[in-house]
Design a protein around this ligand. Structure first.
Ligand code: LP5
Ligand code: MN
Length: 241
């Protein structure tokens, strides 16, 4: 019995080697899991479910559906790049979209799952942007525009985001300790599993006398990925090629 956690693959047509790593993972190690949790940023960006006919998107959905067909439950939590992924993709990929955060049982200590961006509260410019684009009314208005227009807007935002990041101190783009503590307190001191920061590590966090684990998932790059595996009562990382 295994449970798998991945995030930050940033799949896109320009990175076929990475898509191939994902394919090999889905056809191989993932088949040993009873559940796969994808904690956001599966895609480099998601412009809306009407982009499902894009060859990469069709392909990824089919590969996920094939994994679901052999009995692995697949769960997806939105990241800051693919929060517009919706019910049509979920149906096509045979996965379930989870609210953020979600608490799942994992041995004797539950795991609280989130993408991680909501914890980067020192990044005020990003949090303002996030509040705007996570607003349901804003999303209805955005998704009402033609797909090509949306892709143009996203290209502009991506450029602005890259420019903004180059001027930010590294610490600002990491999680805020108080935000982590507040979340752990609110959910009864579970272990925390998240991605987003691209700083894979295992932290111990002391909150109100409780020692909680904080597992940060690795981003996938080049022709290498990583999965966090729950098996035999422990978490371990496995490299994917
Ligand atoms: O993703 P990553 O790790 O590189 O950077 C994030 C933050 N940036 C983002 C933007 C995304 O990377 C690119 C957009 C993805 C597409 C989303 C789909 C639809 C959205 C449509 C938008 C109109 O999330 C980055 C953080 C970093 O994580 C670390 O935590 O710092 O945040 C920024 O850089 C944001 C800037 O600071 C401020 C925002 C600039 C863009 C303003 C555009 C205004 C357009 C108005 C539309 C609402
Ligand atoms: Mn992210």
């Amino acid at each position: 019995m295994q449970i798998h956690f991945i995030s930050d693959l940033h799949l896109c047509a320009d990175r076929p080697a990475l898509t191939a790593v994902f394919e090999r993972y889905l056809a191989g190690p993932a088949r040993g899991a009873q559940a796969l949790y994808i904690l956001g940023d599966l895609f480099e960006y998601w412009a809306g479910d009407d982009d499902l006919d894009d060859p990469l998107n069709t392909h990824v959905a089919a590969q996920l559906a094939a994994l679901a067909a052999v009995g692995c439950r697949i769960y997806f939590m939105p990241g800051n790049r693919d929060f517009l992924l919706g019910a049509d993709f979920a149906r096509r990929a045979h996965l379930e979209i989870l609210p953020e955060p979600t608490l799942v049982p994992l041995g004797d200590t539950s795991a609280l799952l989130c993408h991680g961006d909501s914890l980067c509260t020192d990044d005020l410019a990003y949090q303002a942007f996030r509040q705007q684009v996570r607003n349901p009314a804003w999303q209805v208005q955005f998704l009402g525009q033609p797909l090509a227009t949306r892709k143009q807007i996203i290209a502009g935002v991506r450029m602005q985001s890259e420019a903004a990041k180059s001027g930010k101190a590294a610490a600002i783009m990491d999680v805020n300790a108080e935000a982590v503590a507040a979340l752990l307190r609110q959910h009864g001191f579970p272990r925390l599993i998240h991605g987003h920061t691209h700083r894979p590590a295992e932290h111990r966090v002391d909150v109100d006398g409780h020692t909680c684990e904080r597992w940060v998932l690795a981003d996938w790059q080049g022709n290498q990925g990583e999965v966090l595996i729950w098996a035999d009562g422990t978490l371990r990382r496995a490299r994917l090629e």
